[in-house]
Design a protein around this ligand. Structure first.
Ligand SMILES: [Zn+2]
Length: 417
């Protein structure tokens, strides 16, 4: 029995089972009694709506996971990887071009399979619950731009990785690692000003009461106001959000216009303070370092795997090649990646708590943060009581109940201290 084949099968089955069990447990926990404060906050009608929403989204995610897995297994077991290898071999003699075509076509097939699923999510589920504001034109334009961006950035990256592994021997993984780290640094640095504006319009804070409150806060924490923007999230969805992104002078905090519609200036300043917290506490840099460590491990494993003939047998491919090895690696590495994902989510949640504490310590009306989070949960029909396993696998932010409790605890300590 080929051990690589076994590992890939086990990885696929475990990943599928784990996420599906987490989904089902999460739906079941809708029946658990909701903490009194949350029940009062949501009210009976919204609580029922949020339960319906969670059920529908879960059903959709299980169906999506199952169909993608079925298509993948069919492609694999009917010799799809070998067939595609033959196709790109006929096209060109260059290993680099073959590799780019091979990985590119697989990525294209994956995104082609995802578009109908995304369309269903946007135009059926999100519309049914009143979230969607995307038109078909915007939807298709977004996908096209995403694809073009993926082709340019992903293509450059894959070409670099292939070229290094084709020519640099044993130290290829190390050189790849350095290249990848530099690449992600550049994307993080330029992304906010070059990539994000392809999808959203960024405008400076408009004049008025909110701007005055923001100016006062930005002065107080010495965050430059010209880096605070409003973005037109309302073009796509009624959902509200805010984020911090970028490095150095190109850093940006963006508040969705939908957020501004739904919250008071005091709440918006508290949300802004949370985002400034991410900046002040260097969460972006931490994220980059974690990503770099992760990539280093992955590339080292890749180098080890490429020399294993069993890997190509497991893929059903007759001739070993770098591009087939790369795809085989992605399959074998998936469980380790999922484990690291749990860790990354956990770090992200602790960063959220830390950014909340920063906001509570610096915002003029700290209590407004809890109000804002409550409103966001109700408006977004967030699961009132998510299951622990589901949170571990999927939540980059703490569930509302825990987050509010941490805020209360911090305010009590601050009061008595
Ligand atoms: Zn945050």
């Amino acid at each position: 029995m080929n051990v690589f084949f076994l590992v890939i099968v086990l990885a696929l089955v475990c990943d599928y089972a784990l996420h599906t069990v987490a989904d089902l447990l999460n739906v079941r926990s809708l029946e658990r009694p909701v903490p009194g404060s949350i029940a009062a906050l949501y009210g009976q009608e919204v609580l029922e709506r949020s339960k319906r929403y969670v059920r529908e989204v879960t059903r959709e995610s299980i169906a999506e996971r199952s169909s993608l897995l079925a298509v993948f297994i069919l492609f694999w077991l009917t010799g799809g990887f070998d067939w595609l290898d033959g196709v790109v071999r006929d096209w060109t003699g260059s290993e680099l071009v073959r590799g780019l075509a091979y990985v590119g076509l697989l990525a294209l097939a994956y995104s082609a399979a995802s578009v109908p699923l995304e369309a269903y999510h946007t135009f059926v589920i999100e519309s049914r619950f009143g979230f969607n504001r995307t038109s078909w034109v915007t939807f298709l334009l977004d996908r096209t731009k995403g694809l073009a961006l993926g082709a340019i950035l992903g293509g450059a990256l894959i070409a670099g990785v292939l070229q290094l592994f084709l020519t640099m021997g044993d130290i290829a993984w190390l050189l790849c690692w350095l290249t990848l780290a530099a690449f992600s640094l550049v994307v993080q640095w330029l992304g906010p000003s070059l990539i994000l504006p392809l999808f959203n319009r960024f405008t400076p804070m408009p004049e008025g009461e909110l701007r005055e409150a923001v100016v006062a806060y930005a002065d107080f924490v010495r965050f430059p106001l010209e880096n605070v923007y409003v973005i037109d999230g309302s073009r796509r969805s009624t959902r509200a959000n805010a984020f911090f992104t970028g490095l150095g002078r190109r850093r940006r905090i963006a508040l969705f216009d939908t957020l501004i519609e739904q919250h008071s200036p005091a709440e918006l300043v508290a949300i802004l303070a949370h985002e400034v917290g991410h900046y002040r506490l260097h969460h972006m840099v931490q994220g980059l370092l974690i990503g770099a460590a992760h990539a280093g491990v992955a590339l080292f494993v890749l180098q080890l795997l490429l020399g294993q003939p069993g890997l190509y047998d497991a893929m059903g491919v007759g001739r070993p090649s770098l591009h087939v090895g790369l795809v085989g690696f992605a399959l074998i590495y998936a469980p380790l990646d999922a484990g690291l994902g749990v860790l990354v989510n956990r770090i992200s949640r602790s960063q959220e708590y830390a950014a909340d504490r920063f906001a509570l310590d610096t915002a003029p009306y700290p209590a407004a943060l809890a109000f804002a989070l409550r409103t966001l949960s109700v408006v977004n029909l967030t699961h009132p009581n998510p299951h622990l396993l589901y949170v571990m696998l999927n939540y980059s932010h703490p569930p509302l109940v825990q987050r509010l409790k941490a805020i209360d605890d911090h305010l009590v300590v601050a009061d008595s201290g």
